[in-house]
Design a protein around this ligand. Structure first.
Ligand code: MGD
Ligand code: MGD
Ligand code: MO
Length: 821
């Protein structure tokens, strides 16, 4: 390998956007030798494993785990999470709710006035509210299933704790799907037979060996592989480093199809096909048109492995209902890619082995099902599905997918459900005609329009009349769209409970707030490497829970005790007994396949290494024998036309992939005369969503005048008299926020980025109040992707911005509540 790890890191630092570069990793390593008093312990996180030096009851320093050859800079933010000024110190109750309980003035929600209570009082109030809602209403009035990026660790997995304890009390509304891939995971089972987004992909070594062309379609793996669902290993970066060398040697062509120049493109120094936002489907339809007209498509493959090509192709040739031929010229007018370039692109894809690697942001938009389906159609036409280095992948930017799996079993988890149905004290399971499960992103719709019937994936959903919500391990006041609409919804809720370790906007808009501790204040165990199954990592408690915080395990044990189910809840085992039980279960599952030391040695060493797994090609078995290894689709074949979806009769998701205009779109699309800028809210380079935003020193490495950056084009800035570093007001008809301008050559005219997860901090609790820090969900659209998936459409969002003059209001996002005596 010709490029060293050091040059890899340098490459990343040198090409990161024009913001200040934070304390580099190499500094971390140096600091580690400066002072060595105290004890070194091992722990894990979504950002990777690390060793921490603990001295005088405090985490002094953190260095990357020795098995992690490509650690992320975000390790530098970890101490700032533990010692954040935003930590929740005590159980708190919203002031007006404390006085009037569920009859409180809910329009005051968000005023951030809270009163401190004891743990006993807080848990009593929580329990009494559960009891009241179950008896006064019924299970349909309680939503306790909104989960998110809980910290790593399988014993303390906080969503499981909340759901188990609350289920032991009674039934409640739950969700289906997630914000990450709602549209993708719903459409792909109809097309390729699995969600695809959460499936292991073809191994990187095979892609590097066989692909001649790699298309990164809306995909930024160098940024997004910094975090993983389990403790991340960063093994994929070794392959990205090899890919960089192959690009330089002209052995592989990599083309990024993206409205912006991504971190990955800058790192690989690869080609770029600029595309107008939200217009990938016209581009792909024109590719299909070229492949068809120039007879470059694989007819034999389609005949053998796919169904419905003949139902689809009239739509492309102009013989369909709409009578529009999907020529490259037709596409150019929408997507901005020159017609001749589209033809060349199609020819290149057909000429050699081509691997398409799709990211997820293009399905997080209105009609997000369509680009995913259309991608599969193009791949089927190319006929390379099931070949190493060919076909289509929907997840090589996620949690080390593409790193070969070892096949070893990982640890189980603390159970999410009651062990026996009898463990529930309220057995009322009558939802009074309301649906007990709703699409994850439609809960605000439910609060606003209870009883409304919507379509979702072939079913009718009757939105429940939610009166109480419980949140743990998620931050809906970051993750959901359209803050001002959420405020209206929260005026209708009687009681909201939040369990977190840091004072997020969700806490601010809740009534009972319970302080959990961080994952570094408890003992736990996790899988090392989500899809690679590299090993098992020990999470050794670094310090005791700060202030009055407790583990989620303790919090929900206290709740279960209120209704006499403590024993059933814990199974009579404490924290370390659970850690050991999960480890021993793993030893048993791997017996005869992987040698594992006994628990004491594992805990001492800090990890077990399962090594690396064998290479694997996705869909190779289907290609070998499509009868025996049929896909999970209704027909067993690739479905270019889906009879099942066609029969649903949805106007916005029909029998085959199609181009639908968006509710709003920049670059000449609807609404662009008034709000000409597309706002993309991509995943943060230096955070995990909202996690780590409260890490003060680390935030200072990217914030601009203390605000979240908005990345903008130089010409757009100049036209508005904005200089780099200025404060700007960003607005549309849904809301307004302040952000700090970063002018970057990575962003073309009409495109701006504010990374999701910036902490919401309104000046006050009124509807329309300006957000002082820069949460993009102040501006985003809250509308289901289509009647099929009803997923989030966060990336369908247009705005305008101007230089902010006046006196800037102070940032209100951080530092916790206003404590009332
Ligand atoms: N505009 C826009 N919005 C988006 C997206 C986008 O691209 N654009 N992306 C969406 C996507 S893909 C996702 S996955 C979601 C993410 O949405 P979330 O998963 O809700 O986001 P996080 O910021 O990770 O919030 C996790 C919260 O749980 C808390 N927490 C973590 N661990 C624990 C624990 O052990 N115990 C307790 N009690 N609390 C804990 C953290 O402090 C944090 O407040 O956001 C979605 N929202
Ligand atoms: N550092 C970091 N990594 C993460 C996360 C994080 O918070 N921080 N979150 C994790 C999670 S939960 C998830 S769901 C994944 C998210 O993974 P993704 O959804 O794939 O990530 P994004 O960064 O939102 O977007 C990826 C790319 O899509 C491009 N894009 C957006 N819209 C369009 C479009 O209309 N057309 C085209 N062609 N391109 C478009 C963007 O410009 C961007 O370069 O990331 C995971 N990895
Ligand atoms: Mo996600």
């Amino acid at each position: 390998m010709s490029i060293s790890r050091r040059s890899f890191l340098k490459g990343i630092v040198a090409t990161s956007a024009a913001t200040l570069v934070g304390p580099g990793l190499l500094n971390v390593a140096k600091a580690a030798t400066a002072d060595s008093a105290g004890q070194w312990k091992v722990s894990g996180s979504h950002w990777g494993a690390f060793r921490a030096r603990v001295y005088a009851g405090k985490v002094q320093e953190i260095k990357p785990f020795e098995a992690d050859k490509y650690p992320t800079e975000m390790l530098n933010g970890i101490k700032g999470i533990i010692y954040s000024p935003s930590r929740i110190r005590y159980p708190m109750v919203r002031y007006d709710w404390y006085l009037k309980r569920h009859k409180s003035d809910t329009t005051l929600r968000g005023d951030n006035r809270f009163i401190r209570v004891t743990w006993d009082e807080a848990i009593d109030l929580f329990y009494q509210e559960l009891e009241r809602v179950q008896t006064q209403y019924g299970p349909w009035a309680l939503h306790a299933g909104q989960t998110g990026w809980r910290q790593t660790g399988q014993v303390h997995s906080c969503g499981n704790h909340m759901e188990r304890a609350i289920s032991m009390h009674g039934y409640s509304v739950k969700k289906v799907g997630d914000y990450s891939t709602g549209a993708g995971q719903t459409i792909m089972p109809y097309v390729l037979g699995t969600t695809e987004v959460y499936a292991q992909g073809t191994s990187w070594p095979l892609i590097l060996e066989n692909s001649k062309t790699i298309i990164l379609w809306a995909n930024d793996p160098v940024k997004n592989l910094q975090v993983g669902w389990n403790c991340e290993t960063h093994e994929s970066f070794a392959f990205l480093e090899q890919l960089k060398a192959k690009v330089a040697n002209k052995e592989i062509r990599v083309i990024s199809v993206d409205p912006v120049k991504t971190k990955t493109q800058n790192y690989l120094d690869c080609e770029h096909k600029y595309i107008n936002p939200q217009t990938d489907v016209p581009f792909m339809l024109a590719i299909a048109h070229t492949l068809y007209k120039e007879k470059l498509y694989d007819k034999k493959f389609l005949d053998t492995y796919a169904l419905g090509f003949e139902d689809f192709i009239p739509y492309v040739t102009g013989e369909g209902k709409d009578k529009v031929e999907k020529t490259p010229e037709w596409a150019e007018a929408i997507c901005g890619v020159k017609a001749d370039e589209i033809r060349d692109f199609a020819r290149l894809m057909a000429k050699h082995r081509t691997q398409m690697l799709f990211g997820w942001a293009i399905q997080r938009q209105q009609h997000g099902e369509q680009p995913y389906w259309m991608g599969a159609v193009v791949a089927a036409m190319l006929g390379q599905i099931g070949l190493p280095g060919g076909g289509i992948s929907y997840a090589h930017h996620y949690s080390s997918i593409g790193v070969p799996s070892t096949g070893a079993a990982g640890p189980g988890a603390f159970p999410r459900n009651p062990d026996k149905p009898d463990d529930r004290i309220h057995k009322n399971n009558d939802f009074k005609g309301y649906s007990s499960t709703i699409p994850v992103a439609r809960w605000v719709d439910a609060i606003i329009e209870p009883g409304k019937v919507i379509n979702a994936n072939g079913a009718k959903i009757t939105l429940p009349d939610i009166k109480m919500m419980v949140f743990s391990g998620c931050n809906p006041w970051h993750h959901h769209q359209d803050r001002n609409r959420m405020k209206q919804a929260f005026h209708k809720l009687e009681t909201v409970v939040a369990v977190d370790f840091t004072w997020t906007a969700t806490c601010r808009f809740s009534d009972i707030v319970l302080p959990a501790c961080t994952q570094w204040e408890r003992n736990d165990i996790d899988l090392y490497g989500s899809y690679s199954g590299r090993g098992i990592i020990a999470m050794q408690k670094l310090v005791d829970p700060l202030y009055q915080s407790k583990t989620d395990f303790e919090i929900f044990t206290m709740l279960a005790r209120r209704f006499g189910k403590e024993k059933e809840y814990t199974q009579g085992k404490g924290e370390m007994a659970w850690v050991k039980e999960l480890y021993d279960g793993c030893v048993a599952a791997n017996k005869g396949k992987f040698e594992m030391p006994d628990f004491a040695k594992f805990w001492q060493d800090g990890w077990v290494d399962f090594g690396t797994g064998p290479n694997w090609t996705r869909q190779a078995d289907f290609r070998k024998d499509p009868e025996i290894n049929a896909l999970g689709t209704p027909s067993g074949f690739i479905e270019i036309f889906s009879r099942k979806i066609d029969r649903y009769g949805y106007e916005d998701c029909q029998g085959h992939p199609m181009w639908f205009e968006k509710a709003e779109r920049s670059h000449g699309g609807p609404g662009s005369d008034k709000h000409p800028i597309w706002l993309q809210s991509c995943h943060p380079n230096k955070r995990l969503h909202s996690q780590m935003c409260d890490s003060e020193e680390f935030r200072a490495t990217y914030a601009v005048q203390g605000r979240e950056p908005i990345y903008i084009n130089a010409g757009d800035a100049k036209a508005r008299g904005i200089n780099d570093g200025d404060l700007v007001r960003v607005y549309n008809d849904r809301g307004q926020l302040l952000a700090g301008a970063v002018i970057s050559e990575n962003f073309p005219p009409g495109v701006a980025r504010i990374e999701e997860g910036a902490w919401y901090g309104p000046t006050d609790n009124t509807i329309g109040a300006i957000d002082t820090y820069g949460d993009p969900n102040t501006l985003t659209l809250d509308k289901g992707s289509s009647q099929l998936a009803q997923a989030t459409s966060a990336n369908t969002c247009i705005v305008n911005y101007e230089k902010f003059t006046g006196e800037a209001p102070a940032v209100t996002s951080f530092g916790g509540p206003k404590e009332m005596a």
